[in-house]
Write a protein that binds this ligand. Structure first.
Ligand code: SF4
Ligand code: SF4
Ligand code: SF4
Length: 229
């Protein structure tokens, strides 16, 4: 019995540590990207019971259980945008599955306030390297709203311009698709998701029905079908 208990505990901790390695948190990040419908970290932590229903409901395997490295928030649902960003599914299955209202008040994509994208201009090859990249721009589900391309003059070059991505903080919902796709990775992606900088949605809406939503076409059904695995 004692051996079985010890084995169970070992498996539990190995699973959490495995999640830590898999999901890229070597140490506690300053900002945790929560699924759509979280209403600020304090509200979210007060309501989330760590049941994992949102994790089970996510057809893209974007939502995972936070590892020990995040401290007291371990076991709560997080998204590592670089690993697998949120697809802003129609109907928001993650929100519909949440039994406590920790995820709520999201009807359409523009209601989402997960975070705000931030571009590191020193790492961006379009801004610092002069290459017409536009990968983040073309990845964005709110293209030309949350992110746009700004033509900027090049230093010492009166003929050519820079095609610089710029974020509209009011429009960006923090889904992280731009982070997932950024072609720069060393020492870090040139774009990251920070805390939301935009205003709350205009009027609260009731949470969607809790009935499971249909799985979007092309969505992986299991972690092993996730991209790159
Ligand atoms: S909106 Fe879709 S992809 Fe994003 S966390 Fe919810 S279920 Fe997952
Ligand atoms: S479904 Fe709701 S309560 Fe359960 S883990 Fe997800 S956010 Fe927390
Ligand atoms: S996080 Fe990136 S991809 Fe998502 S809305 Fe903002 S700019 Fe667009």
């Amino acid at each position: 019995m004692g051996t079985l208990l010890a084995k169970g505990i070992a498996v539990f901790f190995a699973g959490l540590l495995g999640g830590q390695v898999l999901y890229g948190f070597a140490k506690a990040p300053s900002f945790l990207l929560r699924p759509p419908g979280a209403q600020g970290e304090e509200d979210f932590l007060a309501r989330c019971i760590g049941c994992g229903k949102c994790i089970e409901a996510c057809p893209y395997v974007a939502v995972r259980s936070a590892p020990f490295a995040v401290g007291p928030a371990a076991g709560t649902p997080v998204i590592d945008a670089r690993e697998q960003a949120c697809r802003l599914c129609e109907g928001f299955p993650c929100v519909g599955a949440c039994p406590t209202g920790a995820l709520r008040d999201v009807g359409v994509r523009t209601d989402v306030r997960m975070g705000t994208a931030v571009i590191d201009e020193e790492l961006c090859i379009a801004i610092d390297g002069g290459i017409r990249c536009e990968v983040c721009y073309r990845s964005c589900p709110l293209i030309n709203r949350a992110i746009d391309i700004e033509l900027r003059p090049r230093a010492g070059d009166s003929t050519h311009v820079l095609f610089a991505p710029v974020i509209d903080e009011e429009q960006c919902v923090g889904c992280g698709l731009c982070v997932e796709r950024c072609v720069v990775g060393d020492p870090a992606p040139a774009i990251r998701i920070g805390p939301p900088q935009n205003a709350p949605p205009p009027a609260p809406q009731s949470a969607p029905e809790s009935a499971p939503q249909s799985v979007p076409e092309g969505a992986p059904q299991h972690a092993s079908e996730k991209k790159g695995t």
